[in-house]
Design a protein around this ligand. Sequence first.
Ligand SMILES: Cc1cc2nc3c(=O)[nH]c(=O)nc-3n(C[C@H](O)[C@H](O)[C@H](O)COP(=O)(O)OP(=O)(O)OC[C@H]3O[C@@H](n4cnc5c(N)ncnc54)[C@H](O)[C@@H]3O)c2cc1C
Length: 346
Amino acid sequence: MPSVKLAPRVLENVSLLPYNTFGIDVSARYFVEINQLQEYIELVQAGQYAHVKHLFLGGGSNLLLTHNVDALVVKIQMTGIEVMEEDANHVWVKAGAGVVWHDFVCYAVEHQWAGIENMSLIPGTVGAAPMQNIGAYGVEIKDTFDYLDALNLSTLQMEHFDAARCAFGYRESYFKHAGKGQYLIAAVCFRLNKQAKPQTSYGAIQTVLDEKGIANPGIRDVANAVIEIRQSKLPNPREIGNSGSFFKNPTLPVEAATRLIEAYPNIPHYKVEGSTDIKFPAGWLIEQAGWKGYRAGDAGVHEKQALVLVNYGHAKGSEIQALSEQIKKSIVAKFGVSLETEVNIL
Ligand SMILES: Cc1cc2nc3c(=O)[nH]c(=O)nc-3n(C[C@H](O)[C@H](O)[C@H](O)COP(=O)(O)OP(=O)(O)OC[C@H]3O[C@@H](n4cnc5c(N)ncnc54)[C@H](O)[C@@H]3O)c2cc1C
């Protein structure tokens, strides 16, 4: 019997509440789940939804939805993890865009493949990870990234992007700038290290390992330490809506940075790799401006981590956006520093 191919079902007026970690209740005009890239290509070729924008959605953990979405929301669910190549020291592993990022990290840790364990528990999908070159605890995906496959939305042809073409920066990539809205990232290939070299110097990782008496940590120990630290510091989106860091940490040229440090001698600051610029923690600035724990209705600033804006229940996206604007203004007024938003506001 010939196999019957089922076209993906496009639904109308779907609540996006279960699909964004901020827990904002807006609806999508059209909504479809895509399990294979070909399903999306056929949907586009059929032309029925050419009159609206298409918005790709992974885990919805880097999005603030401020109104109903008059678009076709395409939930990316292509899964699969495949070893492409290996040698004595490295393994090249490719994962589908819809693979949950933390599941991919766990898979690597189980196989003793090092390089991404410091990014344990970052929410979201593999496909969205290159968008902002996700990073945590001294590591970014650019460090182990080999290439990605993306569908060019104008030609419907696949394109190969190596790291140079992705133009990764701090929470930045080509896909947030010149390539914005032009590609569907379908799969990402990483080059992981078989000779584990855990990086424990950043944040509290070493302290947690010392407390546990682990002198020679393996990558599983590092992953567990990162998970423990994150769970103690960051609100769980299942309990309090949030999108992690709302703002990027600002960097200043050395002269402006020196003036700021002279005015606030206790201000934490770090050298930016490969540049003379100095980076400052946005969370510190926001806390010093008195916002930590602030709440207006259901929109607020987390009580333990001032960089995280939260939805205590029924906040509208526009209320959280308005709060973020107030914070930005106050940071300019107090420190003369402009904060840039990390979260995608829609
Ligand atoms: C509690 C918490 C902690 C966090 N901690 C960190 C952290 O430590 N470090 C960090 O870097 N980030 C962190 N984040 C932010 C977030 O997890 C990452 O940015 C993540 O990569 C977003 O993935 P997603 O699948 O949820 O993307 P979404 O929110 O679904 O999408 C984000 C953007 O990417 C686009 N997009 C998604 N998938 C695709 C695709 N396949 N092709 C093309 N475009 C696509 C969307 O249209 C949107 O513009 C945190 C978030 C939360 C809630």
